[in-house]
Design a protein around this ligand. Structure first.
Ligand SMILES: Cc1cc2nc3c(=O)[nH]c(=O)nc-3n(C[C@H](O)[C@H](O)[C@H](O)COP(=O)(O)OP(=O)(O)OC[C@H]3O[C@@H](n4cnc5c(N)ncnc54)[C@H](O)[C@@H]3O)c2cc1C
Length: 300
């Protein structure tokens, strides 16, 4: 028997929530993804670079995917095949320097640009900020006092201010607002040789990664507290030459990211508050643990 079509809301356009949206849609549901930002991708966002009338999608932030435990390590092969075959994510083995604090043998890079090109066209987005969720007597959910859905899926890091589940007290999810700053440097080449990623790079930058984009290279890095708030002119004059010669640099861009971070305790309270309701929690604390927790639903 065909399942009844449900009206489903999803908060956040991060890759995991987009993958979830595509799956729910393919099962015959009507899905709307809400994101308060015009920039899609959340912590995986990108900017468009116009290089001699060619537009390139350049990541703003450093993201790497790797297992955090033995269960995830055993799962990586299945996840890579699923991402390649179902979502057009380019997955390559990395042989260059790749420093993380978890030891495992095979390391991979993931290029989501084709995934975004392909998936964003298929999804209905609404640029709105959802601050209030209520579950009503008929099990429907009402968002911001006006929008009605059968279900809502929320990720780990969203800025929801209050959740009211029938017969329960209003729940105010706690989070810590963190604004991180990141640099992207597009260059013909970098001084660092045979380098892909380093989690702790030096006194001013961490999460440094270099990837090839078209004929160029993109270095992304997060700024340490000691240089947060720096002007782009000072960054260009003082810091860029530790990565590349000035003559090789094509563009330098600074980006800020606002994250509604929740620690384990805050996530536990959130999950407890919505238990058994039409508000569903998705673990997006890391890409890989998210796919792992959804593996049965996604048929991975
Ligand atoms: C800078 C940074 C780097 C990271 N790097 C990695 C990494 O390398 N590998 C990894 O696996 N994980 C990484 N993470 C963890 C990351 O949080 C997850 O991978 C994933 O992106 C989390 O998805 P999310 O949807 O919970 O949140 P986010 O990625 O933070 O996205 C939230 C999105 O939802 C929107 N939004 C939030 N609240 C609302 C609301 N109430 N209404 C409407 N829109 C809303 C925001 O505008 C944003 O676009 C990183 C996180 C940060 C902050």
């Amino acid at each position: 028997m065909k399942k009844k079509e449900k009206k489903i809301a999803i908060i956040s356009s991060s890759p995991l929530m987009i993958i979830l949206a595509l799956e729910l849609q393919s099962q015959g549901n009507k899905v709307v993804v809400f994101d308060k930002s015009t920039v899609k991708g959340g912590a995986w966002g990108w900017f468009n670079l116009n290089l001699n009338k060619r537009f390139l999608n350049v990541p703003k932030y450093t993201n790497i995917i790797h297992p955090y435990n033995e269960k995830e390590r055993r799962f990586i092969k299945k996840m890579n095949s699923y991402l390649k075959e179902k979502h057009k994510v380019k997955v390559d083995k990395v042989k260059k320097k790749f420093d993380i604090n978890y030891k495992y043998k095979d390391k991979f890079s993931y290029d989501f640009s084709k995934f975004y090109e392909n998936s964003l066209r298929k999804i209905k987005f609404s640029k709105s900020y959802i601050s209030k969720i209520e579950m009503l007597a008929d099990k429907k959910v009402r968002l911001n006092n006006k929008l009605l859905f059968d279900k809502i899926f929320i990720p780990s890091f969203s800025g929801i201010k209050e959740i009211k589940i029938l017969k329960k007290k209003i729940f105010y999810p706690e989070c810590r607002d963190i604004v991180s700053e990141h640099v992207s440097i597009i260059a013909k080449k970098f001084k660092l040789k045979n380098f892909y990623y380093s989690q702790f790079f030096d006194d001013c930058f961490d999460r440094v990664r270099i990837e090839k984009i078209n004929k160029f290279y993109n270095l992304t890095a997060r700024l340490d507290h000691s240089i947060k708030g720096i002007k782009i002119s000072k960054l260009k004059n003082t810091y860029v030459d530790r990565f590349a010669k000035k003559s090789d640099v094509i563009k330098v861009q600074l980006s800020k990211f606002h994250n509604y971070y929740r620690n384990k305790e805050q996530l536990k309270k959130l999950k407890n508050a919505i238990k058994g309701s039409s508000v569903k929690y998705i673990d997006t604390t890391q890409f890989m643990c998210g796919i792992y927790s959804l593996r049965k639903f996604l048929n991975v």
